[in-house]
Every structure is written in C-alpha cells, then in structure tokens.
Design a protein around this ligand. Structure first.
Ligand SMILES: C[S@@+](CC[C@H](N)C(=O)[O-])C[C@H]1O[C@@H](n2cnc3c(N)ncnc32)[C@H](O)[C@@H]1O
Length: 283
C-alpha cells in the first residue's frame, strides 16, 4: 500500500524528467488528488492512499508528463493572491502581468480613473486584479474569444465581492466598447509569428491567438493605439510589451498621441516589459 510519503517520492521522480521544480509539482498534483494543502502532505505523510486516490494521481501525473502545463492539469493558477481557474482556452497568467496590474492600480489611483478597459482579458486576470483593489471605477473587459470570456466570468464569480463592477464584452479590441475609458490596460499578444517554432511544448499548449501579435509581434498593440486615436479618445495606457519592443512601441505611442509621455518600465528580470502612456493633465 502506498503512503503519502511514498507517493510524493514516486511522483517527484517521474516529474524530474520534465519539470523545473519536480517536488513542488508532485506536491501540487498529490494535494489536488487528495484535496489537501501542501502542509497536510507533511503532517500526514504516513496516511495510505486509497485506490481511487492513486488512480487520480496517476492520471494527473500522466497528463503533466505529456507536456501539458501544470496550471491546466490542476485547472488553477495562483496569481496576484487569487486562485484563478484556467483551462486550455486561455493563456496562463504570468508573474510579470502582476507587475502590470500593480502599475495600473498606481496610475488609476493617481489620475482618479473612473472607467478602465482591459483589452484581451483572457482568463480575466487583469480585470479581477483591478476589481479587487479599486473601488470607484467601472471596468470593461473584452476579448475576441468567447471561450476565454467564459473563463473570465467564472473567475469574477470566484472573486466573490469585487470592489468595482466588471462588464465583459466580446469583440475585436475596442470595437464593441460603448463607454470611453480614461485608462486602458492590456496584455495583448506580442510574440512574432516566427517565434512560435522556438517556443517550448508547454507554451505551445496555450492558444496561439493569445500569444502571437503578428509578423513582428507589435501589430495588435499598434492597432490598439491607432484605433483609440481614430476614435478621438485620449486615455492613459498601461500595456505589457515584448522585451525588445520598448523603442518601437513608445515611438508608435508618440505618433498616435504626440502630447503624451511614453515610458518603458522593466520586469523582475530587468527586461523592458511595461509601456506606460500618460496623456497631458488637461486631456
Ligand atoms: C496574452 S493573452 C492575455 C490574457 C490575460 N489578459 C493575461 O494577462 O493573462 C491575450 C488575450 O488577447 C486576446 N485577443 C487576441 N486578439 C484579440 C483582439 N483582436 N481583440 C480582443 N482580444 C484579443 C486573446 O484571445 C487572449 O485572451
């Protein structure tokens, strides 16, 4: 009969072939199979697994061994203090996007934002993060994928009482937006089409339309800036960008909004990652 301690060891050994942190992943999968916290795996390490529990652990480990991201296998991603639901229809939210949300909260507070748009909301991470911390704003969150929006709605429900109301909309960029936002926050796809082949199998399990921004990667973000400009809106922006897109996209921002101040900020790894576009005060 397999004990919790033996199951941890066995799962870790199997996962060491593919995972960077095999013990952590073994614990996550075992904890998921048992419905236990990680600490309980330590405190009840002698407990024996039932046949059903062993079968579940085997299934989860097999799924992970096939290269499927751990977040999809668990159906969950720990992000910005939440346990977000994720499945294969959405990008798994990344740590650098937590920085984007922190930056957007700072700017929204500073400019006393009333209406924020999250464009390309995916699993709703950004909208949920903003709604949890800002109280006097309304948030419109859109995506081109109906399946992604279903995930985002689910995550808003999981959040329970949001400080700010969130309305979801489907469609291309800002086309369906009915109200003019004073702040646009977006993590749109920004990889170049040619990057796809060099991505690892885990990233390639994520939806390509959530990753690829066009031939150079900057196309969707440029289109967002141009479409906002064409509508005559002058919102501030906090945008996630590729590490090598700072100059090109801040130039694009200045072309679309000559009076604005465009500033590129770094991520945890010291790479260019966030483009903040501030409109002049009187705008
Ligand atoms: C990089 S993912 C970001 C998801 C989420 N905001 C996050 O940060 O984890 C980009 C999202 O943009 C959506 N998207 C792609 N093209 C779009 C478009 N033309 N209009 C609206 N959303 C789009 C994708 O479906 C995907 O959910």
């Amino acid at each position: 009969m397999t004990t919790v301690a033996a199951a941890r060891l066995e799962a870790r050994e199997r996962l060491s072939a593919i995972a960077h942190e095999p013990q952590l992943e073994a614990d996550l999968l075992l904890g998921h199979a048992l419905g236990w916290s990680r600490s309980r795996l330590f405190s009840e390490s002698d407990r024996r697994l039932s046949t059903a529990e062993r079968t579940t652990l085997k299934r989860l480990t097999k799924e992970r061994m096939s290269g499927r991201p751990i977040a999809y296998v668990l159906g969950e991603k720990s992000w910005f203090g939440f346990h977000l639901y994720v499945d294969g229809s959405v990008l798994v939210p990344r740590p650098e996007t937590e920085l984007l949300v922190e930056r957007a909260i700072e700017l929204a507070t500073e400019v006393k934002s009333k209406r924020i748009a999250d464009i390309g909301t995916g699993c709703g991470a950004i909208a949920v993060g903003l709604a949890s911390r800002l109280s006097s704003v309304e948030i419109d969150a859109g995506d081109i994928s109906e399946a992604a929006l279903a995930v985002a709605r689910r995550n808003l429900l999981l959040l329970g009482r949001a400080a700010a109301p969130v309305r979801f909309f489907i469609g291309d960029l800002i086309a369906p937006l009915e109200h003019v936002p004073d702040l646009i926050v977006a993590n749109l796809p920004y990889l170049a089409s040619s990057d796809w082949v060099s991505l690892g199998p885990e990233v390639r399990s994520e939806p390509p339309e959530a990753l690829i921004g066009g031939p150079t990667g900057t196309e969707l973000i440029r289109r967002l800036l141009n479409e906002v400009h064409r509508r005559g809106w002058q919102p501030h922006f906090v945008l996630e960008i590729g590490h090598d897109q700072g100059k090109a996209l801040s130039d694009a921002a200045r072309d679309a909004f000559p009076a604005a101040r465009a500033q590129v900020e770094k991520d945890y790894a010291g790479c260019d990652r966030i483009l903040v576009i501030r409109q002049p005060d009187e705008a």
